[in-house]
Design a protein around this ligand. Structure first.
Ligand SMILES: Nc1ncnc2c1ncn2[C@@H]1O[C@H](COP(=O)(O)OP(=O)(O)OP(=O)(O)O)[C@@H](O)[C@H]1O
Ligand SMILES: [Zn+2]
Length: 722
């Protein structure tokens, strides 16, 4: 008699045992259904054991097994690893794998109709139209045929009854087309070829090998990792490749580029997929038929059968860090996944994260460099504009230097891009009468004014209200005033400066869907926009050939806040944005407005001295033993009342285990000390590199009993310090 230990996608500490009925084939990794409490649930078999003779437990039986290949061992190990490392329950991580329930079942089917060739002599005009449509469209549903022919569905049914149309059941989720083109990319530069060949050799050899593909913006990193993908696909008929990109970079243009190169569209995975697309990608990945999957961070948890290569493009991007639920860093987890799968991994960036650079310098990652843009394209000239010497006119945000440059760019028939990482019209609203700064209710966060919608919005919680006519505090009329610039306000200024120019805003308010995002990107690429004003959404990956001027409205805004990566992040973001200029024949220029041109990040940026900048950052972090030279973790607690949170802080602090070299700071109020009516405190934990901080945190949480409404969450290697 055999027993299956089943892990459920729930925050439970361990798998549960079930009896395997006679005649049922179950192996480790099988996706099964089994009763849990009063309901049936889907889970994954974590182990199969022989029942001991003295085991008299009354075990419930496994109900059935899904017709999906078992989850391979490296994937199961990865789930366990991700749980342990990130201080989460394995079931919690499994829940991230089982994100498309329909994917466990075969594709749904639909009835389609095709002409049989038989034509009765009693053909009405409506029937002729339907048969014409059916010949034109191929196998099609009745509703769609009727729609195309412009007749009622009854006509279709009539044609079936007389034998002119034939019904057939087909699967609705089709397999993905297989890639067909694996040969070397065309017109690679010598430098690209060298890097591409090195990747090809490594992949042909096989095994876990991490690479850093370090190339300036527009140097053709994509072309180079295409070589690696081609080689991996060629290696075996069922070899699979995972490409991780920041969500926002997953545009139609990128998918089309993959399709052009490999002769088949990749399988997509991102938050905008419909349920049908989601289960299709999941199923095709699990069966090993999706050869190239291109997705956002959560694609890391797809159940590949034979993963041979992982690409993490824009590896420095902080959106790879998942902040809610199970917190994890997709880039770091991807390296581990590749290791467990015995696969190659390529981290690509123009501005690699300090962590990645340190790994490359230590020889843990092999570094490949691309130092030039192909053809005539050059890196843009970057100039700092000192706002103290060259201030904008009162009420404006663009200095005369930037305004003039924008005018000449427009007059030359070229495009300009202004970057400001602030949505809306003004980031702060104050009352001129009483001085009140308007805040979101129950949250320590200022409200942002949005002019297009005429609302005040909390960017932290999404809460919003129509802009009131009178101050909610003192009742003064027309006294509310927006302070500081957002993209809408800069757009207003540009429209005054260049009344004939076509100006658009690119932010999460104007690009709310994939379709809207694509629309803006296509209009910009097609020359239908003269000046684009955007938040960080504009920085990533886009190719706008006629864009020659990039202006950064406020380079200093990212430098505030006590975040250890603030300088690094600003450097990365600004060089990415500047890198949008001059990607084709015409040279580009970037003007960066700042009040702190003496800041090391700004000096390095203007000098194009990335490595010099990283060296300064590195020295500071090494000195302070901050990541990657030491480890860091955070513990955030929240509770509905100040008394409860104080009590919880005291209990938690007292429960902290003693750990060699581990230092616990706090509790201290979190920078956002009130969020949605909950008070928040945090602990910060540091240790030397050789300490297993995950194990320390797990031990701490295990012994901890907190009153019920208190919530606690651990974050290994925190990126957000809110
Ligand atoms: N050898 C080449 N010859 C001609 N064009 C090339 C070559 N390599 C790349 N390109 C083109 O240059 C542009 C930039 O290439 P690609 O997007 O691969 O660069 P990247 O390094 O990934 O850029 P970024 O870091 O900005 O995302 C693309 O339009 C690409 O088609
Ligand atoms: Zn007031």
């Amino acid at each position: 008699m055999k027993i299956a230990s089943i892990l459920f996608p729930l925050p439970l500490p361990e798998p549960f045992d079930y009896a395997i009925p006679d005649g049922m084939y179950v192996e480790p990794g099988s996706y099964v259904r089994a009763p849990l409490g009063k309901i049936e649930r889907t889970g994954v078999v974590w182990a199969v054991k022989t029942r001991a003779e003295d085991d008299t437990r009354d075990l419930k039986p496994v109900i059935d097994v899904y017709p999906v290949p078992a989850m391979p061992e490296p994937m199961r190990k990865f789930v366990s690893f991700a749980a342990r490392y990130n201080v989460a329950h394995p079931g919690h991580v499994l829940a991230m794998v089982l994100r498309a329930r329909g994917g466990l079942k075969p594709s749904p089917t639909a009835t389609v109709y095709e002409p049989t060739g038989y034509r009765s002599n009693r053909m009405t005009e409506a029937r002729v139209k339907v048969l014409d449509a059916a010949r034109e469209a191929g196998p099609t549903s009745a509703a769609e045929l009727a729609r195309q022919a412009g007749v009622s569905p009854g006509v279709v049914k009539g044609l079936v009854d007389i034998g002119s149309l034939e019904a057939r059941e087909v699967e609705t989720d089709l397999p993905y087309l297989q890639p067909t083109r694996f040969e070397c990319g065309e017109h690679l530069t010598a430098e690209q070829k060298t890097a591409g060949d090195e990747l090809r050799r490594a992949i042909a050899k096989g095994g876990f090998q991490p690479f850093l593909l370090d190339g300036i913006t527009g140097s053709g990193k994509t072309e180079v990792y295409f070589e690696a993908i081609a080689e991996a696909l060629q290696k075996a008929d069922d070899a699979q490749v995972l490409v991780l990109l920041p969500e926002i970079a997953l545009t139609q243009a990128v998918l089309a580029r993959f399709e052009d190169r490999f002769g088949a569209p990749p399988a997509p995975w991102h938050s905008g997929l419909s349920d049908a697309e989601r289960r299709r990608t999941w199923r095709e990945t699990a069966h090993g038929r999706a050869r190239i999957v291109i997705g956002a961070r959560s694609a890391l948890f797809l159940p590949f059968r034979n993963l041979k290569l992982v690409i993490v493009d824009e590896e420095h991007d902080t959106s790879f860090k998942q902040e809610d639920g199970v917190t994890y860093h997709a880039r770091d987890m991807a390296v581990m996944r590749a290791k467990l799968e015995d696969a190659a991994i390529v981290l690509a960036s123009a501005t690699p994260a300090l962590e990645t650079m340190v790994n490359a310098e230590a020889g843990r990652y092999k570094r490949l460099r691309l130092s030039a843009r192909p053809g005539a394209a050059r890196l843009p000239d970057i100039e700092l504009v000192d706002l103290r010497l060259d201030p904008p006119e009162k009420g404006n945000w663009l200095s005369p230097t930037l305004s003039n440059a924008l005018v000449s760019t427009f007059e030359a028939g070229e495009q300009g891009l202004l970057f400001l990482n602030r949505r809306g019209y003004a980031p702060l609203v104050i009352c001129k009468a009483c001085g009140e700064r308007l805040k979101s209710p129950g949250t320590e966060s200022w409200l942002t004014e949005h002019r297009y919608t005429n609302r005040l919005v909390c960017h932290l919680t999404g809460w919003s209200m129509p802009k009131p006519e009178a101050c909610p505090m003192c009742g003064a009329k027309d006294s509310l005033m927006g302070v500081g610039p957002g993209v809408e306000r800069v757009a207003e200024e540009v429209r005054v400066l260049l009344p004939q120019a076509r100006v658009e805003i690119f932010s999460s308010d104007t690009a709310r869907s994939g379709e809207e995002t694509r629309g803006i990107v296509d209009r910009m690429a097609g020359g239908e926009i003269d000046v684009l004003i955007g938040t960080q959404i504009v920085a990533k990956g886009h190719n706008f050939p006629n864009l020659t001027l990039v202006g950064v409205v406020d380079a200093d805004s990212g430098m505030k806040g006590g975040d250890l990566r603030a300088g690094e992040r600003t450097y990365q973001l600004l060089s990415q944005v500047a890198g949008r200029a001059g990607r084709a024949e015409r040279p580009g220029r970037a003007l960066i407005q700042t009040y702190g041109p003496e800041n090391p990040a700004m000096i390095a940026l203007a000098a194009g001295d990335r490595d010099g900048f990283l060296q300064i950052e590195r020295d500071v972090r090494a000195e302070l033993m901050l990541p990657p030279f030491g480890r860091m973790a955070a513990l955030v607690l929240s509770a509905p009342t100040p008394q409860l949170i104080e009590e919880a802080g005291r209990l938690t602090g007292a429960a902290a285990p003693n750990g060699e070299g581990v230092t616990v700071y706090g509790p201290a109020p979190a920078p956002i000390s009130l969020l949605r009516g909950r008070h928040r405190i945090r602990f910060l934990i540091t240790s030397p590199r050789d300490v297993d901080l995950s194990a320390y945190m797990a031990a701490w949480l295990k012994g901890l009993k907190l009153p019920n409404p208190v919530r606690i969450s651990a974050d290994i290697d925190p990126y957000s310090f809110l």
